[in-house]
Design a protein around this ligand. Sequence first.
Ligand SMILES: Cc1ncc(COP(=O)(O)O)c(C=O)c1O
Length: 374
Amino acid sequence: MDYWKGGILKRILEKAEYLSRYDVGETTESLARKLGKKSSEILKLNSNENFFVPLGFLRQILREVVEEVDPRIYPQDELAELKEVLGKYVNVQLEQIVIGTGSDQLIDLVSRTFLKGGDEVLSVTPTFSIYEKCAKIQGARYVAVPLMEDFSLDVNKMLASVTSKTRLLFICSPNNPTANQFDPGRIQRLLEEFDGVVAVDEAYVEFAERSLVNLIGRFENLIVFRTFSKAFGLAGLRLGYAVANKKLASVMNERFQMPYSVSLIAIKSALKVLERIGVVKEAIRELKAERSRLIGMLNQVDGIHAYDSQTNFILFQLEKDSDKIYEKLMNRGVIVRNIRRVLNLENCLRVTVAPPSMTNRFIKVLKEVLVAGN
Ligand SMILES: Cc1ncc(COP(=O)(O)O)c(C=O)c1O
């Protein structure tokens, strides 16, 4: 019997056709192999990881964790302990926190909690692609309203796109890939006038000026996502959290989240990093200074326009073909993200803000390929 022609396996293929593929991009190892280089020679600037938090500091924490954990046992009180410490960090009560395996998993959790087939999800374009993916996995229709030319929210159009089926609104602020933080007044208007759930993704908020977490007390329909992958430099451990009012948080924690979704290693490491938050704050300060320097250097290059950033990445537009420049950078061992089109802006690339030695090498290679490539 050909299982793919009829029955359940065919149905999976049909559903898969409708879902978008998330492309994580080239990996360091595979590019190094292709170019005949060592992995350490590859400059990975495509996933907004944080190279400012010292590796030695994080490895020391991991060594301490390894000495303390018994991996034979499921996490016990550690999750509550992390919620308590996080509660103090974001100034909410521990019952308002849901912990998950990265904010990706929390976006999926919120989608599973609030959506069923036939519902609608509203967001903007361009933005983080996981919202669309998670909405579609639930069988919901995904509606994306373009940002205004200055990358701000078109609130009137967003509200006009709400239908009787719209259950959930995703806003990424600061936004990936445009790197700007949205005006809190506009988000507040959405919270007031849209009676579904408003999920605000603050993955990059530590690099920005303000958070919307303090609005949770006023708006019962607000959920905020945060992550340890960006400011804390722990992308490889996979840890994130959502903040909401107690009732919503307890429904998500008790009914929809898996009991042991997060590893003990990740929980214990996060607790130790939060104990030494000064190191993270210093890394954020250095990153912001380097971000200004990188924007300045990019804008000095002929044929480049770099946009302001409230994140740890920079969006910039080229006069030349971004596909070609992206390939040429890759051939020299530099991986950036090829965004291509942002609204009516063609030829956009996105680059992670990295420490000075990496940034200097990136700028040098970029200038070389711009001269070489037509
Ligand atoms: C806007 C945004 N949200 C969430 C994530 C994923 O974060 P996590 O590593 O916590 O799953 C990313 C990762 O790049 C992101 O850009």
